[in-house]
Design a protein around this ligand. Structure first.
Ligand code: HEC
Length: 128
């Protein structure tokens, strides 16, 4: 009887120890890559700004303002354009080339200190 219990205990101990090793290996996996803000800035200034304005205040009513929009909203809209949940020929083309990281980093860039994206210009108030 005793050897049986000891064997069971040994199996249990082995299971616990290997779980700990596995958890440790998981904890040591490399951290996610740092946001590539330079890339995001280039996309925003060279692509998005043309239609949505450098500060998110779009110069024409055909293109919505991004200024004043919650960060999460912008990311979700980009994901929806990419997935075809929201359809618009222009923006689906824009979103098609963005990676999930790009979409989040664009936001970080857009929200960065120094941009006026949070502020909507008075003449654009009440406009989409
Ligand atoms: C060629 C012009 C053009 C460019 C360039 C462009 N957009 Fe747009 N964007 C539009 C238009 C037009 C809409 C409105 C789409 C609709 O009616 O569904 C829009 C809509 C959006 C919306 C949704 C806004 C809302 O009110 O729901 C977001 C977010 C957005 N664009 C982000 C971006 C980002 C980020 C970029 C750069 C990667 C970009 N756009 C580049 C024309 C453009």
């Amino acid at each position: 009887m005793l050897p049986f219990i000891l064997r069971r205990l040994r199996t249990l101990l082995f299971a616990v120890v290997s779980t700990c090793f596995a958890a440790n290996a998981l904890a040591q996996s490399p951290p996610p890559a740092a946001p590539d803000l330079a890339k995001a800035r280039t996309i925003v200034t060279s692509v998005c700004a043309a239609c949505h304005g450098a500060d998110g205040n779009s110069p024409t009513a055909a293109n919505p303002n991004l200024a004043g929009m919650p960060a999460e909203y912008i990311t979700v809209q980009l994901m929806h354009f990419q997935a075809g949940i929201r359809t618009n020929a222009v923006m689906q083309g824009m979103a098609a080339t963005l990676s999930p990281e790009d979409m989040k980093q664009l936001l970080t860039e857009l929200r960065k200190e120094g941009t006026t994206l949070r502020e909507r210009k008075p003449q654009n108030e009440g406009r989409k």
